[in-house]
Design a protein around this ligand. Structure first.
Ligand SMILES: NC(=O)CC[C@H](N)C(=O)O
Length: 361
């Protein structure tokens, strides 16, 4: 019997032919590539991929299966998964289901049998682009439809928690603003003893101040950070409280202080991105997932200084405020999945909260 076909159609007219797995439906999104060799579950469940189709460059996907512990969210919003080979027979003591079953359960379509490295070369030279996964044989109309379609801008609203909740710990007390957070940020804060109150993206600065937190964590999240001006104002109004921003949180801190962000050509998505810590001179290997970046030429007069730079392309990877207790990184210090090199940043956040506390005493 002939195997069923599925197609991946790109905005520039390229058509890849492959095989269906995961959910049985068509889906459109921004096509991006991730170079991680591990952490497929963490990547797919990272809400920063909301409305994106993820291409995995590593040729075998899902060979350790999916489990009940590693998800970064419980309602993943990726629009599709593109792989060379989707393993149907995973082997790991924690495995509870295959990648195919997981994607079916979350209504995310997949396409296998694709030369994912060719897609990567295309995106690297042309930049990320819109794409559609479909079972229909492709036709010209589809490309035209794709070219004329526009992306939604409400990703943060869809990804954030709707109600606040607490993940307890002995202290310090941290309010985590959820723009589409990775669960590992909560787990990491808890592992450092923090008492974490997760609040929706649109919680006001007054509401947060009334909670009297020792520090505020600004989470990662999907979409263009410039799309959420109210949240940028909130971050500005919170300056003075110890702040730690991760990825989207880093970009929001920059925007709140008057810097600008720009869309990168193909972004950074993978778990082996080298970053230089400018104070120690040390290189950290980091996990990353972002398509926007802080424009260093707009930092003058913002009070922010660059603390970390990407070794691959020299983009801004970390900042610190020279007046307020606030710092941020563009990469993912909470790992999940990825290297633990940047774990020291959680210690720095705790220290910042302790100094502030001592000054108040
Ligand atoms: N992981 C993130 O927080 C990503 C931030 C933002 N959505 C970007 O793509 O740059």
């Amino acid at each position: 019997m002939l195997k069923e076909k599925r197609y991946l159609v790109l905005e520039d007219g390229t058509v890849y032919e492959g095989y269906p797995f995961g959910a049985n439906r068509a889906s459109e999104g921004e096509l991006v590539f991730n170079t991680s060799m591990t952490g497929v579950q963490e990547v797919i469940t990272d809400l920063s991929y909301t409305d994106q189709i993820i291409t995995f460059t590593y040729p075998l996907t899902g060979n350790t299966g999916m489990n009940i512990e590693d998800s970064e969210s419980f309602n993943p919003q990726a629009r599709g998964v593109v792989v060379r080979e989707a393993c149907t027979d995973p082997s790991n003591f924690r495995t509870t289901e295959t990648l195919d079953a997981f994607l079916k359960r979350h209504d995310i379509p997949g396409i296998s049998g694709i030369d994912t490295r060719s897609i990567t070369r295309k995106l690297r030279s042309g930049g990320v682009m819109k794409a559609v996964i479909t079972d229909e044989t492709y036709h010209e109309d589809l490309i035209e439809l794709l070219q004329n379609s526009t992306f939604r801008t409400d990703q943060v609203k869809r990804a954030s928690t709707k109600t606040p909740y607490i993940s307890t710990g002995p202290g310090p007390r941290v309010v985590l603003i959820d723009y589409g957070k990775k669960e590992n940020i909560v787990r990491q804060l808890n592992s450092y003893g923090c008492d974490v109150t997760v609040v929706p993206h649109d919680t006001t600065a007054d509401e947060i101040r009334q909670m009297r937190p020792d520090g505020v964590m600004l989470s990662n999240g999907p979409g263009d950070p410039a799309n959420i001006p109210d949240q940028i104002k909130t971050v500005k109004a919170l300056l003075g409280i110890p702040l730690f921003g991760i990825c989207m949180g880093h970009q929001l801190l920059g925007l709140a202080c008057g810097a600008k962000t720009y869309k990168m050509k193909f972004g950074h998505r993978g778990s082996n991105h080298p970053v230089k810590n400018l104070s120690t001179g040390k290189i950290e290997i980091t996990s990353q997932n972002h398509g926007f970046s802080i424009d260093p030429d707009t930092l003058l007069g913002t009070g922010l200084e660059v603390t970390h730079r990407a070794l691959n392309d020299d983009t801004v990877e970390g900042m610190r405020h020279t007046e307020y207790p606030a710092f941020s990184v563009q990469y993912h210090p909470e790992a999940g999945a990825g290297p633990h090199d940047p774990g020291y940043l959680f210690n720095e956040f705790i220290e910042l909260m302790n100094i502030k506390e001592a000054n108040h005493a």
